[in-house]
Ligand binder design. Structure first.
Ligand code: ZN
Length: 302
């Protein structure tokens, strides 16, 4: 029964895809098809069945691809890749919908990014910065705990070269900044500069990737040439708070303090733990007269 239903489905899908002139429609039908096929394959225990379903899928995709022009082709390959790469939500482990790269739609809608305690006035980040910087407002997307996906998400962003995660995170941050009236107009977005050796090893600065996306949405400019690291400090992960603070003292400086004068500047970092790195960045940025300084991180301990 299952085979004949799938075969029927295959025939319907093939004719649907081939008969569509509208590119957008064709893409969504293929996406639907990919989703149904993925769940069919994942639910099959029988190896032979799984092989035939995959072969069916391959046939439809082949005919679809042959009938498409070069502009639509990259999209289709994307769907095929999505099908074979089993991407899962960092929070609940469910397969991710097309176009999503870290958190599934239902987890986002259920408020995984909306920890109110990290967004209101005098939240944990702002309390840590009290009296130390001119920062006007600070917030974070997620609470940093073991089991809410924040750790997996940041790990993928930092070590698995999963740049698409940065797109989804950047979009989520931009949306929340735009709708939070504690944040004013943003002219410049400044990612916390990475350790030179680490940048070389990793090939990219995860905060810069996020900054790029936020800048696109908010119409701001990413500024990476002004704030800089004066030296390379050692890794902080195993140090105590006091050692960390000592280790980062005077770590950052700014080339041109006047560039940000009278402007809204958003500082972006991944995790806010002791806050010592952010505080040092702020000290450098506060050399600018009349700076309107804001901070946002992916996660923060409460
Ligand atoms: Zn989820």
């Amino acid at each position: 029964m299952r085979t004949s239903v799938l075969s029927l489905y295959d025939n319907v899908m093939r004719s649907s895809v081939l008969s569509l002139n509208d590119k957008v429609m064709r893409t969504s039908v293929l996406s639907l098809y990919a989703n149904v096929m993925r769940s069919s394959v994942l639910s099959l225990n029988d190896k032979v069945m799984r092989t035939s379903v995959l072969s069916l899928y391959a046939n439809v995709m082949r005919s679809s691809v042959l009938s498409l022009d070069s502009k639509t082709l990259p999209n289709i390959f994307h769907y095929i890749l999505d099908f074979f790469i089993d991407r899962r939500c960092a929070c609940c482990g469910a397969p991710l919908e097309h176009g999503r790269y870290c958190i599934c739609e239902s987890c986002e809608n259920e408020g995984i990014f909306d920890n109110q305690r990290l967004k209101v006035k005098d939240n944990a980040i702002e309390r840590r910065l009290w009296g130390l910087t001119s920062c006007l407002a600070a917030g974070a997307l997620m609470n940093y705990t073991e089991d809410n996906g924040a750790k997996t998400l940041i790990h993928n962003l930092k070590y698995n070269n999963d740049r698409k995660v940065a797109i989804q995170i950047g979009e989520a941050i931009a949306k929340r900044i735009a709708s939070n009236d504690r944040f004013g107009h943003i002219d410049y977005i400044v990612p916390v500069p990475l350790h030179a050796a680490r940048l070389k090893m990793r090939g990219y600065n995860q905060s810069e990737l996020i900054a790029d996306r936020i800048a696109k949405i908010l119409g701001a400019q990413v500024s990476t040439d002004n704030l800089y690291r004066c030296r390379n400090n050692s890794s902080q992960t195993k140090e105590h708070r006091l050692e960390r603070m000592e280790n980062v003292r005077g770590l950052f400086d700014i080339h041109d303090p006047l560039l940000y004068s009278g402007k809204g500047v958003l500082l972006i970092d991944d995790v806010f733990t002791t806050g010592s790195t952010i505080i040092e960045c702020c000290k450098a940025l506060d050399k600018t007269p009349d700076i309107h300084l804001y901070i946002y991180t992916i996660a923060a301990g409460e």
